[in-house]
Design a binder for this molecule. Structure first.
Ligand code: BGP
Length: 476
């Protein structure tokens, strides 16, 4: 649609950037932190583990001062559950509370809004050993963890995200490294785990409203618009099926407290229906999220299933539509370029996704991840010319502004990632940050922080409240 004038980003727009504890902190076993499933997980051959990561645990003051120099209005980070409860429940680790109080105070010192993700893939390993999310006790463990966070940090944190990318843990958990390798019937188990996570999420949302009446809380799935490969009605049907399974199963339960009917039929057909106890649906209905946070990297394109193994598009990861025989066929979108990691780049798809969420839920939206992983090169004089990242982000911000003009209630935008950190499964060489961390997969070098070209670019974007972008706004 052609607009004569574009609406501005709101004056209070949360220009931010994101990280997660296990991917940035390091100090994997320091100061009383317990193990998480990530610490016990396998690594891709030739890529680093998370033991040191970006060593943010020891560099956080310098890092936050750089975030402030970049002009961030907000910073999204996660709290490591096993740094607060080394065993998931039971005794609190005081050093863990101390670290996050120091980090939050450092962020607030620069008038940056701290946005906390309560759980970002790193389930305490002791809980995994007790059955993880298959064990309904983990629901209570998460509620207890949430209550502890609200007690210790509730006076400083205004925005809480419950669970990062629950849908990716269910659909692509093996790629991410969150699936218990000992599960007997993984698929069926994962949908029972999902139900327990939904209950846990709903309980902490209700608790947050009771304990921290001035705070706002919401879910944080990975959401993407799903396109049909053609205008063939069967392809359109397949796209709606995948979107229900990938997106609406998670958000209809979080927002409406009900399972999406198409996703439910899929679960019935596959015999994935979880055990739902008396009162569970009432718990889901009592959640009432204040906003929806979501991560966006790309869109999915699917076609009608051919009911054979050729439906499977690739080994896939959380940003590639794999396909499921008898359900949908994962295909590439010939209209989109790909990153060097095979992820399709779709800025207009970002606007599609924003519109779809706004229409479906009519809640404030916060984009908590959007970014380009690339093999950045450190050139002479500490120069990193990540023009490709500037191009990717500027095009997505342009589309965000068009979506705001469309009427979408967008309250924040947080590129992944604030600073280089370790990819879920592709090492630290796959860099996302505005700030380069001088280490390689196995050579830790000096870990010095180096501002990339995109650091200065994003600083200008924030100063101009989104006006000053590299490429002109496309008229669509
Ligand atoms: C999202 C996760 C982030 C981050 C991002 C980039 O799914 O929420 O934690 O990992 O993907 O993907 P990757 O790290 O696999 O390159």
């Amino acid at each position: 649609m052609k607009y004569k004038v574009l609406k501005d980003f709101p004056k209070s727009f949360l220009w931010g950037a994101s990280t997660s504890a296990y991917q940035v902190e390091g100090a994997w076993n320091e100061d009383g932190k317990g193990l998480s499933v990530i610490d016990k997980g396998k690594r891709l051959e030739g890529t680093t583990d998370f033991k040191l990561a970006s060593d943010h645990y020891h560099h956080y003051k310098e890092d936050v001062s750089l975030f402030a120099e970049m002009g961030l209005k907000a910073y999204r980070f996660s709290i490591a559950w096993s740094r607060i409860f080394p065993n998931g429940t039971g005794e609190i680790n005081k050093k863990g509370i101390e670290f996050y109080n120091n980090l939050i105070d450092e962020i607030l010192k620069y008038n940056i809004e701290p946005i906390v993700t309560m759980y970002h893939f790193d389930l305490p390993y002791v809980l995994q050993q007790k059955g993880g999310w298959s064990n309904r006790d983990t629901v209570d463990a998460f509620e207890n963890y949430g209550k502890t966070l609200f007690i210790h940090f509730g006076d400083k944190i205004k925005y809480w995200l419950t669970i990062n990318e629950q849908n990716m843990m269910i659909l692509y958990g093996t790629a991410i490294g969150t699936v218990d390798p000992n599960l007997k019937n993984p698929q069926k188990e994962l949908y029972q785990q999902n139900h327990h996570m939904l209950l846990a999420q709903a309980k902490v949302m209700k608790l947050c409203h009771e304990m921290c009446p001035n705070a706002r809380i919401g879910p944080a799935p990975n959401i993407t618009a799903v396109y049909p490969e053609s205008s063939k009605p069967e392809d359109v049907l397949a796209a709606k099926t995948w979107s229900s399974i990938r997106n609406w199963l998670y958000l209809d339960t979080a927002v409406f407290g009900m399972y999406n009917s198409l996703a439910w039929s899929y679960m019935q057909e596959k015999e994935y229906i979880p055990t739902i106890l008396e009162g569970d649906m009432e718990i889901l209905k009592a959640a009432n999220p204040d906003f929806i946070a979501f991560n966006y990297y790309t869109t999915s394109t699917v076609a009608k299933s051919k009911n054979d193994e050729s439906d499977i598009n690739s080994t896939g990861d959380q940003h590639i539509a794999v396909g499921e025989s008898g359900v949908f066929r994962g295909v590439s979108n010939p209209n989109l370029e790909k990153t060097e990691f095979g992820w399709e780049i779709d800025p207009v798809g970002f606007r599609n996704t924003l519109r779809e969420l706004n229409d479906r839920y009519n809640l404030p939206l916060m984009v908590t991840e959007n970014g380009l992983g690339a093999f950045d090169r450190l050139e002479g004089d500490d120069i990193i010319n990540d023009d490709y990242r500037i191009d990717y982000l500027s095009k997505h911000i342009e589309q965000a502004r068009l979506a705001i003009t469309d009427g979408v209630n967008l309250i924040g935008y947080f590129p992944w990632s604030a600073i280089d950190l370790v990819s879920t499964h592709q090492g630290i060489s796959k860099r996302y940050g505005f700030i380069y961390v001088n280490r390689d997969e196995f050579d830790l070098k000096d870990l010095r922080r180096i501002r990339k070209k995109s650091f200065y670019w994003y600083k200008r974007v924030i100063e101009s409240n989104g006006e000053c972008l590299q490429s002109k706004v496309k008229e669509i």
